[in-house]
Design a protein around this ligand. Structure first.
Ligand code: ADE
Ligand code: ZN
Ligand code: ZN
Length: 263
């Protein structure tokens, strides 16, 4: 996602934290965040160049089959296993679990671990961050977003969200967050319990999110959007509910994961 998508995920998450998790997050956030997780949720994008090793951790690529398998797909361009967004979520979750066990805590920078986990939980819910290797998650598919030239990947990172903010929320991201939160507590409440659930004895469940992601990429992102497509109201209005749904899932699951981590 772009800045707005990440900030939406993190602000939904912060509003759902348990007392223990809210305290831990407050302790770990850098001072400049002023206790607002949403304000630092794009930090991982800013350090992609300083921490070159981290740039492979924002996504994962699958073959063109609309399926995901950790063992097969979670690797970087050099083929190193575990270096993908699902592996990164597992890694930073296990680092943060040392917060309450002071022993191994000093080994890690838990502030960075929190900011990475919060960002990658957003990215794994962007359908094209779990896309085909053959088109780099839609980065090589040129389309028009209304009259603008864009790549399909960027349409899903930013354009759908920005167009929704302008058209429905008076260019106010807070109003869009309120609308998504409203859905979480009404229409979607029953499903929200299932979103929060992770397998027994597991703290994070990125493989579930990645499997949903490649299915959504095939059913909604790639469908009807090939090289040269002009994407306008038909595509925008039918895909916006999917974007809202994935942003909501990302926020709910980030909160659930932090609540499991910090108890
Ligand atoms: N680079 C290569 N594949 C990518 C993807 N799926 N998302 C973002 N960046 C990528
Ligand atoms: Zn992206
Ligand atoms: Zn990212």
């Amino acid at each position: 996602w772009g800045t707005d998508g990440h900030s939406i995920v993190c602000r939904i998450a912060q509003s759902r934290l348990s007392e223990a998790a809210a305290d831990a997050v407050k302790q770990l956030l850098p001072k400049f965040a002023e206790d607002d997780l949403g304000s630092v949720c794009s930090w991982a994008d800013q350090v992609k160049f300083r921490y070159r090793w981290s740039s492979a951790l924002h996504f994962l690529n699958t073959p063109d089959t609309c399926t995901y398998q950790y063992q097969r797909d979670c690797k970087d361009e050099e083929g190193e296993k575990g270096r993908c967004v699902a592996g990164a979520i597992n890694n930073y979750t296990s680092q943060l679990l040392s917060y309450n066990s002071s022993a191994s805590k000093a080994e890690y920078n838990l502030t960075e671990a929190l900011l990475f986990l919060s960002h990658f939980m957003g990215d794994i819910h962007q359908p094209l961050h779990v896309g085909f290797a053959s088109d780099k998650g839609g980065n090589t598919i040129d389309v028009h977003w209304y009259t603008r030239k864009e790549v399909l990947h960027h349409v899903w990172d930013s354009n759908i969200i920005e167009t929704a903010e302008e058209r429905f929320y008076d260019s106010n991201v807070d109003a869009m967050i309120d609308a998504i939160q409203q859905n979480i507590t009404t229409e979607w409440v029953d499903q929200v319990k299932r979103w929060e659930t992770c397998s027994l004895n597991k703290t994070a469940c990125p493989d579930i999110y990645a499997s949903e992601g490649i299915k959504a990429a095939c059913d909604w992102a790639y469908k009807g959007a090939t090289e040269g497509s002009v994407l306008e109201d038909d595509y925008f209005l039918s895909r916006l509910p999917i974007v809202n749904w994935r942003l909501a899932q990302g926020g709910v699951r980030l909160a659930a994961t932090l609540n499991r981590i910090f108890g």
